[in-house]
Ligand binder design. Structure first.
Ligand SMILES: O=C[C@H](O)COP(=O)(O)O
Length: 250
């Protein structure tokens, strides 16, 4: 089953209004590669303005609340994010699991809320270095995925991002063999829950992806794109990754 490559920038807590020029430049590069689905998950403060300058990219959020409204100071509902112009959201990033104590159940609930608002969802999973060193990575991450997976998970609205925590922002990545083994394990875990639809669900790699390693990573059979942090902040760094997803050199 062919899966359209999905390459998404996660700007995390970076980007003021001046960065909208980079959004426009990335959107223009995305428009040059329509075979690739390209998105930018931005700070919420940029979503509305970025939507007017997104070119061939979609604009997404980095998190959402699972409730529709109420006494949740500082949080944003999926309807608010959709109204601002987000068409996707990330849920379950390891930085939120660690910093905000989000549980697998929280992540599943957020994914369901986002789906109900018509948003696409990127659900993140990944292991710590201790787990990797203990040799348990595939089992632990597969279990995390199944515990975080919302009811009704389907390839037409949900993508998975495998992000080894120790590879995020460190310049270190797993071996290509380790990435291939993990992605195959995650697809098998998905198949155990959702059957044939697992073949169509995109599984992204994230963690120190850049213009030098993106082509090799995305050539792996079960790697269907990337969730990119630092290297998505400028068009200069992100464009080669978009091009690599399209099988060309930028
Ligand atoms: O969501 C993105 C990831 O956490 C990867 O970040 P990074 O590319 O800066 O390592």
């Amino acid at each position: 089953m062919s899966r359209r490559k999905l390459v998404v920038g996660n700007w995390k807590m970076n980007g003021m209004q001046a960065a909208l020029d980079e959004v426009a430049a990335i959107g223009a590069r995305a428009a040059q590669h329509p075979a690739v689905e390209v998105g930018l998950c931005l700070p919420a403060t940029l979503i509305a303005a970025a939507n007017a300058r997104k070119g061939g990219a979609f604009i997404g959020a980095q998190d959402c609340h699972m409730q529709a409204s109420g006494a949740h100071t500082g949080c944003l509902s999926v309807a608010m994010l959709a109204e601002a112009g987000a068409s996707w959201t990330i849920v379950g990033h390891s930085e939120r699991r660690q910093d905000q104590g989000e549980t697998d159940a929280d992540v599943a609930a957020k994914a369901l809320a986002a789906k109900a608002a018509g948003l696409g969802v990127i659900l993140c999973v990944g292991e710590s270095l201790d787990v990797r060193d203990a040799g348990n990575a595939e089992a632990v991450v597969s279990a995390q995925l199944l515990a975080s997976l919302p009811d009704g998970a389907a390839a037409d609205w949900l993508a998975i991002a495998y992000e080894p925590i120790w590879a995020i922002g460190t310049g270190r990545i797993p071996t290509m063999e380790a990435v291939a083994t993990m992605h195959a394990a995650l697809r098998a875990a998905l198949a155990s829950r959702i059957g044939e639809d697992a073949k169509g669900m995109r599984i992204l790699y994230g963690g120190s992806m850049n213009g030098d390693n993106a082509a090799e990573l995305m050539a792996i059979t079960d790697v269907d794109g990337g969730l990119v942090g630092g290297a998505s902040l400028t068009a200069e760094k992100f464009a080669p990754i978009i091009a690599a997803a399209n099988g060309v050199v930028d």
